[in-house]
Design a protein around this ligand. Structure first.
Ligand SMILES: [Zn+2]
Ligand SMILES: [Zn+2]
Length: 287
């Protein structure tokens, strides 16, 4: 299975000289199975480019898109995903069920005149919207998908995606809880048991790292994690590698390099058994 990052930034797209190395687009991942079929996760601004590439092949396809939640940074690229406008495509959009709003209305609202110049009639693809709950397990072709409720706003999902006995876990917009001033293995293990069980032994874990440890202190309860809690969580779940993701739009490449260094020192000081990297736009991992 191949996992390609098309957007690594949280909250708002941040193009410019300061974000060239790690990227400025908001979340979008392209997953390709060993058999060659694709699955997309989240439709942030990063989904624009793979949409263009798919369209340029001219081949009709069935595409599947999993959306963790409807915060803008995870859906803002959707109206600009060109396969939606082509009758050559069948597109299944998986979104989390919501008691307060019909998720289908949230998606459709993106194509109303208040948000977009033309309405939904211009979409020529065969689009199907499928609602998801937490704790589901289902197949999409050769992929098996499992869901979990993330520690974020209501109805945010995390995904576990398996293909040929390898699996990766996508937990962005997720706050690792701990009670101590500085995160500890003990505190994280006791406060995040459901998520640790879900991510256990993953070949790859993509995890929220919106803040560095110092900035997080002022953002407790905002539904995001910091670099220290993320790597401890990865170690607690015994994952083979954790990729830190969903960076604060205020962090430049320089700042993220610094965060990477601090995280390395933290892992060493605490003798954590974890392999970590910062996500980089357009980088592909194979598991
Ligand atoms: Zn987000
Ligand atoms: Zn969010």
């Amino acid at each position: 299975m191949k996992i390609k990052f098309w957007g690594t930034r949280g909250s708002i797209a941040k193009p410019g000289k300061a974000t060239i190395k790690y990227g400025g687009n908001t979340p979008a991942l392209e997953v390709t199975s060993d058999e060659g079929n694709k699955l997309f996760i989240d439709a942030g601004t990063g989904i624009h480019q793979p949409g263009n590439e798919i369209i340029s092949t001219g081949k009709p396809e069935e595409l599947n898109l999993l959306i963790t939640h409807s915060h803008w940074d995870h859906i803002q690229g959707l109206p600009f995903f060109k396969p939606l406008y082509s009758e050559n495509f069948k597109i299944n959009i998986y979104v989390s069920r919501n008691e307060s709003f019909n998720p289908e209305d949230i998606i459709n609202m993106q194509f109303t005149s208040q948000f977009f110049p033309v309405n939904k009639d211009v979409l020529k693809a065969n689009i199907k919207i499928i609602q998801l709950n937490e704790k589901m397990k289902f197949d999409i072709g050769e992929f098996t998908i499992e869901t979990i409720a993330a520690h974020h706003s209501e109805n945010t999902l995390g995904f576990k995606i398996s293909n040929n006995n390898k699996y990766f876990v996508y937990l962005t917009d997720n706050e690792i809880y701990y009670e101590t001033e500085e995160p500890t293995l003990h505190s994280i293990k006791s406060k995040n048991t459901d998520l640790i069980e879900f991510a256990k032994d993953a070949d790859l874990l993509v995890h929220d790292c919106m803040f560095d440890f110092k900035d997080y202190v002022n953002k407790i309860g905002w539904g995001h994690s910091n670099n220290f809690s993320s790597v401890i969580f990865g170690a607690a779940a015994n994952v083979k590698k954790i990729i830190l993701f969903h960076f604060n739009p205020d962090y430049s490449d320089e700042r993220l390099d610094e965060i990477c260094e601090n995280t390395k020192n933290f892992v060493k000081d605490k003798a954590l058994d974890i392999n970590f990297e910062l996500s980089v736009e357009e980088k592909t991992y194979e598991i």
